[in-house]
Design a protein around this ligand. Sequence first.
Ligand SMILES: *[C@@H]1O[C@H](CO)[C@@H](O)[C@H](O)[C@H]1NC(C)=O
Ligand SMILES: *[C@@H]1O[C@H](CO)[C@@H](O)[C@H](O)[C@H]1NC(C)=O
Length: 226
Amino acid sequence: MNLKIVFLVLFIAAASAKSASKLVEKFAWNVLDYAYPDQATKQHALNTGEFIPQNGIPVGIEVWRDKLFVTVPRWRKGIPSTLNYVNLRNNYNKSPALIPYPDWRTNKEGNCEGVTTTYRIKADACDRLWVLDSGTLGIENTTQQLCPYGILVYDLHTDRLIRRYNFKPEDTNPQTFIANIAVDIGKTCDDTFVYASDELGHGLLVYSWAENTSWRVEHGFFLQTL
Ligand SMILES: *[C@@H]1O[C@H](CO)[C@@H](O)[C@H](O)[C@H]1NC(C)=O
Ligand SMILES: *[C@@H]1O[C@H](CO)[C@@H](O)[C@H](O)[C@H]1NC(C)=O
């Protein structure tokens, strides 16, 4: 299968009050590229199969100030980094190379302190970036659980990891697949809950920032009725 097609086009609405609002293409990639520190490092990654450009498919985006985050799950081999961004300021390149966030080491495959595969991420009003890591390689019947399901929270001002929480074994089941998260802030930034919908395992995971604990909610309404 060849994925060399235009697979992601990001649009922004043109700020025209007069005409019907028109979508403007901001970035487009035929294949994803990564901002390696130098050409030799990139060539080495290409030679070893650590980086296989046509295997990268971006699935999630988020914007915080001048950063556009782009997530790339490790569905196939050769994904050097899952959590990335491009700079929105002064970026005249239509197909900018992705910069691993916050760094390469965090995104290294096999680093269970870092991020293995993330789909959806959220930047909240307290300038924190919430990253749900599925810990998986592959997709569907090729899925391997390399690291636990977890949540990483970054301070977007300093790009420092402020918390890593691994879900409890009883929070997930063998079918678990989490595509989306919602961040719910109460009166203060400490009063935050995260909800993660387990769409294939049919449940809802809840994480409390204040208590630093998680639990799973199940209900008959979460089951598919065909
Ligand atoms: C996974 O499923 C596909 C069809 O959906 C099949 O072609 C493939 O052989 C399966 N792979 C494994 C490892 O079971
Ligand atoms: C939150 O809980 C996790 C695991 O239960 C632990 O590793 C981590 O240190 C805790 N963090 C804080 C800030 O209490």
